[in-house]
Design a protein around this ligand. Sequence first.
Ligand code: PFF
Length: 471
Amino acid sequence: MSDKKSVHGLWSSRWVFVLAATGSAVGLGNIWRFPYITGENGGGAFVLVYLACVVLVGLPIMIAEIIVGRRGRQSPINSMRSLAAEEGLSRRWALVGAMGIVAGFLILSFYSVVAGWSISYIFSIGAGRFAGATIESAELAFEGLISSPFHLLFWHTLFLTLTVFVVGRGVQKGLEKAIKILMPILFFILLLMVFYAAFSGDFRGALQYLFKADFSKLTGDVILIAFGQAFFSLSLGMGSIMIYGAYLAKDVSIPKMALVVGGADTLVALLAGLAIFPIVFGFGLAPGQGPGLVFVSLAISFGHMPWGSFFGALFFILLSIAAWTSAISLLEPVTAWLVERFKWPRPKASAIAGGLAWFLGVGSVLSFNEWEDFVVGGRNYFEWMEFSSTTILLPLGGMFVAIFASMKLANRSVQSEFGLEHPMSYRIWKWSSTYFAPVAVALVLLEGIDLGGVVEYLHKISAENILGLPV
Ligand code: PFF
């Protein structure tokens, strides 16, 4: 019963799983988003809170996803459905997998647009367009890119085509082959960038900035942002890590794999900070630039450094590769499901799913230009895509998977996946994914959908109307 076969094949070794899951986790979230939100939230204290979120909530949920994936050996929808059936639970647990598929589409659609910016920068920086750039000219160049629907659409289409191509070739010939080539290149370029930054920028300043904690900057919001970032960065809550677990051999220790992947993802985020901040500080720019940190501040700095065009292009190759290996993991769960459900050949399943993500992405392309003023509820289309998927669907999905694995599956099924060599680590995992992680996720969700505002309103009207108190 527990030894199911994956119709999609398996990774050829545990190291391929580590590379693939790290490739999924390491992406725009680490190299583009982590540095700028660290910059916006004051540096060291934010980093510490982020680390705590990874360890206390991220790792238990990652372990839960791999357990469910490896035991189910199918796409997230079918793994959840078949495990639920096996244990006599409601088949509606499959809805958690379905929610993940929806989240995957939404994320892939806007992720691909931002990845497109990165690819376009490889060419513009490489061609020396930022040589001697000023703040105004760099901002103008970035504005020029995002205000052109035609250009954005071109890069978005190119990025998704590359992703569809890899996923269409299957687990071993597509994903595994691409990952084995791309991940070593990614690590190599990242280390090279850190060395370059260390020798040509303000490395001390960056170290202090990242590792000196100033707790006066900590607020409730900072904690919530760190939490959401940990979730997004570890690729949790939508089935990416779950399906990669479905291709993992039986004899491999799941907690160890999760530790390595979570550790590598965190290390890459910190190294990205050490590649970016020394250069930005060296040029005297501020760290709190927001999303423009790499596309404006870093680009300006490269424009004034020796070999700046070369290393600038290399940096955006790094960012694009990181985004590519993550996008592959966003497309894989739905592609696998289409193959299982409709028996379609993989290339067709991948192309149709990629086509839908492309179509959804057109709205994000237009959000930066034609639809810029089309704002509903305080957010434009792009912001709604990002908010609904990362702030709502991912945490919700992760919470349900943690509850499913720790409370709904029979102990013996879970233990046979977890392994019993370390009873203490099993107990810690069980406790944290039963109590800690779901409660923490619930808190973040309440903040995400601004229940605080609703509660305040209820207090207000009940005090006014029911109790007759002035408010
Ligand atoms: N972890 C990726 C990043 O940090 O960029 C993004 C991501 C990939 C999120 C896959 C969610 C996911 F399922």
